[in-house]
Design a protein around this ligand. Structure first.
Ligand SMILES: Nc1nc2c(c(=O)[nH]1)N[C@H]1C(S)=C(S)[C@@H](COP(=O)(O)OP(=O)(O)OC[C@H]3O[C@@H](n4cnc5c(=O)[nH]c(N)nc54)[C@H](O)[C@@H]3O)O[C@H]1N2
Ligand SMILES: Nc1nc2c(c(=O)[nH]1)N[C@H]1C(S)=C(S)[C@@H](COP(=O)(O)OP(=O)(O)OC[C@H]3O[C@@H](n4cnc5c(=O)[nH]c(N)nc54)[C@H](O)[C@@H]3O)O[C@H]1N2
Ligand code: SF4
Ligand SMILES: [Mo]
Length: 781
């Protein structure tokens, strides 16, 4: 009972006044922590800190510490809710951090594999033996196969920190001779590659305080009540309170739609462009577009504003009115594809075009699809024709680059190897490196001279859980003649950890120093403090990588002469030198959070719109390229020069629907960060891994809520519980991502992991992630 007399009195008085009479002390104490009125009890210290999870948020949490043990987690209180960022009160994951830190299943010692790879048989070894083995193998593989045989896989477990494990792995490999690096974010690589064709840059987001006077927001596949995305919910709530209208376009009635939306508009996944095209059709045919804006800033809207060397009828207007293909992109045309009623399309198109300013804000779910680039560009098209680009309260589309200021990062250790592969190419780079060609996204070199022979996986579950097509991946990894050495450092025996040759116990953010950085729009950073000692023999990757580097003669290059804590202090000092308003180490230790100061909101492309002569868009034409000649010259039907609807592979028009008639999508759940926290007992109580299915799809299959079902396609089968609900559109089933892959030995997962069903096939332009696109069938078990 860590309840001070003061807060107890305050709470009993409040409750008395409310006429609720006496409540239990437990309830009082929980309420006390919620309002931040806690004070330290005898011998207890309250230390502010933040996690470094890759969660979209960054919350100030308060660790209550007694005798070296964290006894309780509380968070910012209501009385602190007076300014932006103050909404960053810990979510349910944050409130469960203790169950993560002190979980009995945490890895306690270094181990080496003793059975076959993937079998899960390990034996405890000493740190000396682990470091010795890693040093020897790192050198041997480099000598035998060269730098491109060494690869550090996706590992986002702590990328909410300025220092993060995946970065340290790459740094170590760079310091010791070089490695094959990856590019393209698994999160939003499709948007990141596509939007520069329109605006010249990937960073297209405005700061959320720019939405203060926005009258209409369309959240397009954007589920912030779960994914957080910086301070979104703080701003959205304020906007909602002052009467801003919210529309949510999502195949699911997401928690965000429930919380914010005046209207939920369900559609079939991958058909967003059809809806967008028809909205554009209505807007243009009813003369609701912003012709003056288009004339001045945009290339490709109509035939009068086309680049040289392009034949007639390639502009947006020609497309909308069927000048080339004879098909007018009417709401009725779109309804047949996306299933949104034509009348609804007309209504929201008019509303979006006539409400000024309006912000169409797209999440990353709609672009983690086989048509991801087109969907991302569709949002830029609607923003451009309505003149919502570069104006206060509008939104340009895309959703990258929100932080106006940020902490200084570690200086780079250059990688001597010039090549790079897209994030999803690593399995090919192991099994068939000859297929990883420049046409398939290989950068910097013509070909790979060696397959990947060594894998580092630090704070990642991207070997057998979060990566697509797990069944193919594990078949490749089980062949010990292919990858010769796998090092995993994690907190738990995750599905990926089972594939380690050397498995190391990592420590958590409670056991080391770091800076917790906001994704965006929080506009602050938090000192993530070392609060407790390392659990058993767990260690920070920084420390053991430094020791391995030492054995390879590269310690100074790797560490730059500093410990991890010294780097964190350096980051605080350097950030302060750049932005004097930020706090010193000593201040941060006390209050945790440091805010950046701004002159005002940032509006993406404001300079280009206000003074186009001196600030042309950094595109070939200097304009917003609604029509991109660069894309046109690629002659790739999957990437048309204007972002229009093209049926997606494994979408609702694919022939494969005859065999697998349902579209499967995943979503990021409140109960996990990707797969992190999967095994947290409190969070498992908060959410059951179940698949949503519409009554219209459930009935013919005889499925009722609670039934155990299997979802399957040619790549695998996953088994979980069904929830029959009209919160998902007919034709689509949906389940949260991140459940731990639990193989049944026959290509099946008994635990509802979706990645036995997803594909490694990449998007056409960015060679990016398509993990929300899978056709499947479902049946009762
Ligand atoms: N709680 C929590 N927060 C997280 C994470 C987490 O795991 N848990 N992960 C973090 C990470 S790493 C990332 S990258 C971000 C990801 O953030 P997002 O990629 O935006 O999250 P998703 O849940 O994949 O997708 C958002 C919404 O898009 C919808 N959607 C899916 N397909 C389509 C489509 O074709 N069209 C439309 N219109 N909508 C579609 C989904 O139903 C979902 O509601 O979230 C971050 N935040
Ligand atoms: N089907 C499907 N698959 C997806 C997605 C999807 O939408 N659908 N989303 C994709 C996206 S956007 C992303 S970002 C990836 C994320 O995929 P990953 O990068 O693999 O992220 P996590 O699943 O969170 O795995 C992180 C691991 O790090 C461990 N960890 C956490 N903190 C620490 C630490 O401090 N130290 C150490 N050593 N370990 C730690 C956790 O226990 C966990 O096992 O998943 C992708 N996979
Ligand atoms: S998991 Fe993310 S959103 Fe939740 S408390 Fe931690 S930092 Fe905040
Ligand atoms: Mo992500």
């Amino acid at each position: 009972m860590n309840l001070s007399r003061r807060s107890f009195l305050k709470w009993s008085a409040t409750l008395g006044a409310m006429g609720t009479g006496l409540m239990s002390l437990t309830a009082c104490s929980q309420n006390a922590s919620l309002t931040g009125s806690e004070a330290a009890s005898a011998g207890e210290q309250i230390i502010p800190t933040a996690s470094t999870q890759d969660c979209g948020g960054r919350c100030l949490i308060k660790a209550h510490v007694k005798d070296g043990v964290i006894t309780r987690i509380s968070t910012r209180g209501a009385y602190e809710e007076d300014e932006p960022g103050a909404n960053m009160k810990a979510c349910l994951r944050g409130r469960s951090y203790r169950k993560h830190l002190y979980h009995p299943d945490r890895l306690k010692y270094p181990m080496k594999r003793v059975g076959k790879r993937g079998e899960g048989k390990f034996e405890q070894i000493s740190w000396e033996e682990a470091i010795d083995t890693i040093a020897k193998e790192t050198r041997r593989i480099f000598d035998q196969y060269g730098p491109e045989s060494r690869y550090c896989n996706v590992g986002t477990g702590d990328t909410g920190g300025v220092i993060y494990r995946m970065g340290l792995g790459g740094r170590f490999l760079s310091a010791t001779g070089g490695h094959l690096p990856l590019y393209n974010s698994v999160s939003m690589g499709n948007t990141g590659t596509a939007t520069p064709y329109v605006y010249g840059v990937a960073a297209t987001a405005s700061s959320l305080d720019s939405l203060k006077d926005t009258k209409l927001v369309i959240l397009w596949g954007h589920n912030t009540t779960e994914t957080i995305f910086g301070a979104s919910n703080y701003y959205f709530r304020q906007m909602k309170n002052r009467g801003c209208k919210f529309i949510c376009v999502d195949p699911r009635n997401s928690n965000t739609a429930v919380a914010f939306a005046d209207e939920w508009i369900p559609l079939l996944p991958t058909t967003d462009n059809a809806l967008m095209d028809a909205m554009a059709y209505v807007i243009v045919s009813e003369n609701l577009h912003d012709q003056a804006f288009l004339d001045q800033y945009v290339q490709g809207f109509d035939e009068e504003h086309m680049p040289e060397g392009v034949p007639a009828h390639e502009s947006l207007v020609s497309y909308l009115f069927g000048k080339k293909d004879g098909v007018e992109k009417t709401p009725e045309w779109a309804e047949a594809i996306c299933k949104v009623p034509a009348e609804t399309i007309r209504r929201i198109a008019r509303e979006y075009a006539t409400t000024k300013p309006a912000a169409l804000i797209q999440g990353w779910g709609p672009q983690r699809h086989s048509c991801g680039e087109r969907t991302a560009l569709g949002a830029t098209m609607l923003a451009s024709i309505t003149g919502n680009v570069g104006v206060l309260g509008g939104w340009a589309g895309g959703y990258i680059g929100l932080s106006r200021k940020g902490c200084v990062g570690l200086p780079d250790v250059p990688n001597p190897y010039p090549g790079a592969i897209p994030t999803l190419s690593w399995v090919d780079a192991i099994e068939c490196p000859e297929k990883v060609t420049p046409a398939e996204g290989l950068l910097g070199v013509d070909k790979l001279n060696s397959p990947i022979k060594m894998l580092l996986n630090l704070a990642g579950d991207f070997i057998a859980n979060q990566n697509p097509d797990i069944n193919r991946t594990i078949r490749v990894l089980e062949d010990e003649s292919l990858v010769e050495f796998i090092v995993v450092s994690d907190l738990f025996m995750t599905p990926s950890a089972r594939y380690a040759d050397i498995l190391l116990p990592g420590n958590t953010f409670f056991e080391r120093y770091n800076i917790g950085a906001t994704w965006n729009n929080g506009d602050y950073f938090i000192l993530s403090q070392k609060i407790v000692d390392n659990y058993y023999e767990s260690r920070s990757e920084y420390d053991w990588l430094a020791e391995v580097a030492d054995k390879l003669g590269a310690k100074d290059v790797f560490t730059g002469g500093k410990t991890e804590e010294e780097w964190v202090r350096w980051i605080v000092d350097e950030t302060r030198a750049k932005y004097p308003e930020t706090l010193s180490w000593e201040e941060l230790e006390k209050v945790g959070i440091s805010k950046f100061h701004y002159d005002g909101p940032r509006v993406a492309f404001q300079d280009q719109i206000e003074d186009p002569v001196n600030n042309p868009f950094p595109t070939p034409s200097g304009k917003i390229e609604l029509f991109s000649k660069t894309l046109y010259d690629m002659h790739n039907p999957e990437i048309p020069a204007i972002p229009v609807y093209v049926p997606a592979w494994e979408g609702p028009e694919d022939e494969l629907t005859e065999k697998y008639p349902l579209q499967l999508i995943g979503w990021k759940t409140k109960a996990r960060d990707n797969s992190t926290f999967y095994n947290n007992p409190w969070l498992q109580q908060a959410m059951v891994q179940e698949v949503w299915i519409n009554p219209m799809d459930a009935k013919p299959r005889n499925i009722v809520t609670g039934d155990r079902v299997k979802v399957f396609n040619d790549r695998g089968t996953t088994m979980l519980q069904a929830r029959v609900t009209s919160r998902v559109i007919p034709g689509v089933i949906a389940a949260p991502t991140g459940s731990w892959f639990t193989p049944d030995g026959k290509g099946g997962c008994t635990n509802g992991n979706l990645n036995v069903l997803t594909t490694l096939r990449k998007t056409a332009l960015s060679h990016g992630n398509t993990q929300h696109t899978s056709l499947v069938e479902i049946s009762k078990l």
